[in-house]
Design a protein around this ligand. Structure first.
Ligand SMILES: [Zn+2]
Ligand SMILES: [Zn+2]
Length: 338
């Protein structure tokens, strides 16, 4: 079997001679159609660390069921599916409250700590596999996972109709957050993004205005001098976090979706208590958010295809990681057609 394997920092390779996985009794075997390349994979490629080496990449994928484990019910051969890559234990304190993303083994996921879907076949847990409707394409099916992060963040923020939001970053997660906010009825959304074509995408997908990072302060003017009620930081670098703290309204809430691995100095941190700012980190999503994400795409409330800028073949994956590691690359979501 052929697959793209993460070997460590600066090393992603195509292997041609891997054994085709056999599904366990609680698993199904998926013939993969499309699999997305995630920013977290590119971060692991650049810095090492987030992923385990020698695992097949890919945690955003769709395909067809071709084999079914002995104890699996509710699926048949040929079902078209999208896969939730999480591997929650189902038994811990957090799982019992349906907070699967906070499971004590929350960092376990296929494509990160276990073999993933950037391969011809993937054996996946049936309870994490979701059938997609006939009218949903495999391309859209591969975009359910990244959107689920944004759906979860919007739900956790508890933003209400009439309140406004600013989104830092208009890459995959930022653009999907803008769309999830729109789907939730939020009409006043601003985006902060330096790259021109991403600014245009943000406007096309629901932002009222999109500003360059150095002009982020202008959002105050659009919000009667107060600053935004909510900020979704989909960048997660020191500059975006500090800009968020400066910009947010008193008592506002900042959702931190971006992941910054290194340490940094927080200048002006005193504003957090002085302005009564609420900060919430966001990592992963619940099963419920994955389901909602699938429904939003199925009902055309979110245009997943709008963020897909390139479709490549498996052989092109190592070169694409090199390209995406360059901060000036020209892509948003890249999918691999298997
Ligand atoms: Zn991802
Ligand atoms: Zn658990």
């Amino acid at each position: 079997m052929r697959a793209a394997v993460y070997l460590g920092k600066d090393r992603v390779e195509i292997k041609d001679d891997l054994e085709q996985p056999k599904p366990n009794s609680n698993e199904v075997l998926v013939k993969v159609r499309y699999c997305g390349i995630c920013g977290s994979g590119v971060e692991s490629f650049k810095h090492g660390g987030l992923y385990l080496p020698n695992k097949i990449l890919g945690h955003e994928f769709s395909g067809d069921i071709v084999e079914i484990g002995g104890s699996v019910k509710g699926f048949k051969i040929g079902d078209r599916v999208s896969v939730n890559p999480g591997l929650p234990c189902g038994e811990c304190y957090w799982c019992k409250q349906s907070k699967e993303n906070m499971c004590k083994i929350a960092n376990n996921a296929i494509g990160c700590t276990h073999d993933g879907g950037m391969a011809e076949y993937a054996a996946v847990r049936a309870d994490q596999t979701h059938r997609i409707p006939d009218e949903m394409s495999y391309i859209e099916g591969a975009c359910v996972e990244p959107l689920a992060n944004c759906v979860y963040a919007v739900r956790e923020s508890e933003i209400r109709l009439g309140e406004n939001a600013t989104v830092f970053g208009a890459g995959t997660i930022g653009l999907m957050t803008i769309q999830a906010l729109s789907a939730a009825g939020v009409h006043q959304i601003y985006a902060i993004e330096p790259v021109k074509f991403k600014q245009e995408k943000a406007l096309e997908l629901g932002a009222l205005k999109c500003l360059e990072p150095k002009k982020y302060n202008k959002v105050s003017r659009f919000t009667e001098g107060r600053g935004p009620d909510y900020i979704f930081d989909c960048v997660g670098i020191p500059e975006s976090i500090m800009s968020s703290i400066n910009l947010i309204t008193r008592g506002g809430k900042i959702m931190l979706l971006g992941i910054h691995v290194g340490s940094f100095e927080m200048k002006g941190w005193m504003q957090v208590p002085l302005k009564n700012i609420r900060l919430q980190g966001i990592f992963g999503f619940t099963s419920e958010a994955f389901h909602t994400s699938l429904e939003l795409i199925a009902h055309h409330k979110v245009d997943a295809k709008a963020i897909v800028t390139k479709i490549i073949k498996l052989d092109e994956v190592p070169a694409m990681f090199e390209e995406l590691a360059n901060p000036f690359h020209k892509e948003i979501k890249v999918l691999v057609e298997i």
